[in-house]
Design a protein around this ligand. Structure first.
Ligand code: AMP
Ligand code: ZN
Length: 485
């Protein structure tokens, strides 16, 4: 079935729902991670939301071109040009080079994404590879009178851009009074919210990554990076800019200022922001080292897909409070879903299985149609994934649907939800055929005892050993199960 619906999303720029109109090429940019530490589950909630959006657009036949950056330079510990470079700080603390740090954590980030079934972007842009382009952007802004040089740094003069801060509801008249009182101010700035484009003189002179420029040996700011990489990859227009809500007030407002002053025209019409994952009413912060990673969840016996399921339960514009109790409930729900769908699969004839493996869009029956249309509507109206999940459960429980129809719909929904249903079901079926010998049984028991004693090193060794022999250990409510790997 051909889909001709347009997706509607909440646009932070216009404060209302807008249709995504650019079907023939939808240019999308997401602010990527700053690679000085592991991504925490808050960061990953945002990347899961972005993944759901990209996959929904693809389902609706948008021709998506999706780029994400890697910030390996210039993101300071404070958003207002204060503090130390995050990557440099991490390198110093660990006694490594900035290049080692960024390479290591970039890989760790994409490894986590893979475990969460997050698609790799069409293009990954690494900030430190675009320095010359960044210098060119600053030169143009300087030539057109948007910058000034003071105290060793090139600043963007926000009073030269009349729309400054519009997306965040910032009023230029108020800005000097209120907005940045909490930071240590550079009193040589013309306006309090003027931001650095190029640093040659920061409080921290230990910056390892520096380049020659017309303004001296230095490095770019984080805002200049995202703007320049966008320009380099997408030229003068972008259709959708993505990120977490924390980026609205400073980073995205500054990116817009750079781009619109550089281009002399409107730049990106849609900014879509994902709400935060919070811990018992607090924000998660990567720079205060108290955060949860995917590895931490795995050590507690969760699958990364339990966390994906957990994220599917909240709309992208609603805060989501993380507790292990709620994650546990999602783990149980996901396993239940799999077990019900596995039973459906086991009841199929060979002919049904062959129908199911055809990757077509053929939704034939009236009931199937009703569910499929409702699925599309729920996605089309501001990406309502929690309602899609609820619909999936309605399907699983509907006694009037055949097993084949249930699976067909579930696999179709899973093109967006990405719970790996097909693979997990096949593995489940394969697993039921595995014969576990005495050696495997004693290893599983040894690992259980090691985990009880919190000896995660030994528990991990056993899991790795089994994996090397082609068996994957999976911790479930009923104990450890074994699958072929
Ligand atoms: P960073 O690595 O700090 O640049 O952040 C990467 C992405 O995670 C950005 O899109 C942020 O907006 C987003 N982010 C940061 N903290 C959270 C959180 N607690 N919940 C959801 N998204 C977050
Ligand atoms: Zn950015």
């Amino acid at each position: 079935m051909m889909v001709f619906m347009l997706l509607k999303l909440y646009n932070t720029k216009t404060k209302c729902l807008s249709e995504v109109k650019n079907l023939s090429e939808t240019k999308i940019y997401a602010c990527g991670p700053t690679v000085y530490n592991y991504a925490h589950i808050g960061n990953l909630r945002t990347y899961i939301f972005e993944d759901l959006l990209i996959k929904s657009l693809k389902l609706f036949k948008y021709n998506v071109n999706y780029a994400m950056n890697i910030t390996d330079i210039g993101h300071l510990t404070g958003d207002f040009d204060d503090g130390e470079d995050k990557v440099v700080k991490a390198a110093k603390e660990r006694g490594l080079t900035v290049y080692d740090i960024s390479r290591f954590f970039t890989k760790a980030f994409f490894d986590d994404c893979k475990k969460l079934n997050i698609l790799y972007p069409d293009k990954v842009l690494v900030a430190s590879e675009y320095i010359l382009d960044m210098i060119e952007v600053v030169k143009v802004l300087e030539k057109n009178g948007f910058t000034y040089f003071v105290n060793g740094n090139v600043y963007f003069d926000i009073s030269r851009f009349k729309n400054y801060g519009q997306m965040a509801g910032i009023n230029l008249n108020d800005i000097n009074e209120n907005s940045v009182s909490r930071v240590e101010l550079d009193f040589s700035k013309r306006n309090k919210s003027d931001f650095v484009l190029w640093f040659t003189n920061s409080k921290f002179q230990n910056q390892e990554m520096k380049w020659d420029s017309p303004w001296g040996f230095g490095y770019p700011s984080w805002h200049l990076e995202c703007a320049t990489m966008n320009l380099n990859y997408f030229n003068s227009t972008l259709n959708i800019h993505l990120g977490g809500i924390d980026h609205i007030r400073v980073h995205h407002v500054n990116e817009i200022a750079i781009m619109e002053c550089y281009l002399g025209k409107n730049w990106c019409d849609m900014f879509i922001h994902g709400e935060f994952l919070i811990m018992e009413n607090e924000k998660m912060s990567k720079s205060n080292n108290d955060f949860i990673t995917i590895k931490n969840l795995e050590d507690e016996g969760f699958s990364p897909l339990d966390f994906r399921y957990f994220c599917l339960t909240a709309h992208y514009r609603t805060q989501l409070k993380f507790t292990f109790h709620s994650l546990k409930a999602c783990k149980v729900a996901r396993e239940n879903l799999l077990s019900k769908l596995t039973s459906c699969y086991s009841s199929l004839s060979q002919f049904d299985i062959s129908l199911l493996s055809q990757d077509d869009e053929n939704i034939e029956f009236i009931l199937e149609h009703k569910y499929y249309d409702s699925f599309l509507e729920r996605i089309a109206f501001d990406l309502n994934i929690p309602k899609v999940l609820a619909l999936l459960w309605d399907i699983v429980r509907d006694n009037n649907l055949s097993s084949l129809s249930k699976l067909k719909l579930a696999f179709k929904f899973d093109e967006v939800l990405s719970l790996g249903l097909r693979e997990e079901i096949l593995r489940e079926i394969d697993m039921s055929r595995i014969v576990i010998d005495d050696v495997m049984n004693s290893l599983i028991e040894e690992r259980r005892l090691a985990k009880l004693k919190k000896d995660f090193k030994r528990a991990d060794e056993i899991r790795e050993y089994c994996r090397s022999k082609g068996f994957i250990l999976i911790d479930t409510e009923e104990g450890t199960k074994v699958k072929r790997g």
